[in-house]
Design a protein around this ligand. Structure first.
Ligand code: ATP
Length: 209
């Protein structure tokens, strides 16, 4: 059985969580990306049929896949519909995360040293998956910079970012729930250096997790 250290990733929208995850991956961590898992679930049964029944077949794009932008536009303006969508997709994602962790734990050849698993799960603190984390890391980036980033890569306004963050625990709660903090307020090289140090700390410290 492999010794896993499960590290949960916290941070505001556009703070740099995916960027941080990429650096962890580079240093040898296994990243479990719940967003990617949710996207995969959206396009297969049982979630796909349930979503089309609830939200209508006009959500389908030309390829017959669910248009996630359209779906997002609906649910982020209507908390009840968001709750229903999450109820269809989240249990499947949780099951997949647990399955992957069991698989990694049982993996042959991983018996020496610890394996770091980074859980990149939106709304981690609100999720049952939070209980699976041995440690948590918070990505710190100023709001102005996050607004600038989401405007550039998603075309969102600052209002849109704030509306979506209202569905989540506050930045203060995320920060308070973390054992490690990474500052992402400028160039990428210092971010990489911070991740390297945290990776080493987690992997090498006796008694971890
Ligand atoms: P989301 O909450 O939307 O999932 P996120 O927290 O995962 O976002 P990233 O996707 O890592 O954030 O970063 C958001 C955008 O900002 C990306 O386009 C990324 O390339 C860019 N970015 C993040 N950090 C930096 C940085 N230090 N320098 C330059 N660009 C950055």
């Amino acid at each position: 059985m492999a010794n896993l250290i499960v590290l949960g990733l916290l941070g505001g929208i556009g703070s740099g969580k995916s960027t941080v995850a990429r650096f962890f991956q580079e240093f040898g961590a296994v990243v479990l990306d719940a967003d990617a898992m949710a996207r995969a679930e959206l396009d297969r049964e049982p979630a796909k049929g349930a979503i089309l029944k609830e939200f209508g077949t006009s959500l389908l794009d030309e390829e017959g896949s669910i248009d996630r932008e359209r779906l997002g536009d609906i649910v982020f303006r209507d908390p009840e519909r968001l709750r229903r969508l999450n109820g269809m997709v989240h249990p499947l994602v949780r099951r997949e995360v647990r399955r992957r962790l069991e698989e990694l734990r049982a993996a042959p050849g991983a018996t020496s040293g610890a394996v770091l698993v980074l859980l990149d799960v939106p709304l981690l603190l609100e999720s049952e998956l939070n209980a699976l984390c041995d440690r948590r890391l918070f990505v710190e980036a100023p709001l102005e910079l996050r607004v600038e980033r989401v405007r550039a890569y998603r075309g969102w306004s600052g209002d849109e970012l704030e509306r979506r963050e209202k569905n989540q625990k506050s930045i203060d709660e995320k920060r308070a729930g973390a054992d490690y903090k990474v500052i992402n307020d400028g160039a990428l090289a210092p971010v990489r250096a911070q991740i390297r140090a945290i990776f080493q700390d987690l992997i090498s410290r006796p008694g971890n997790p």
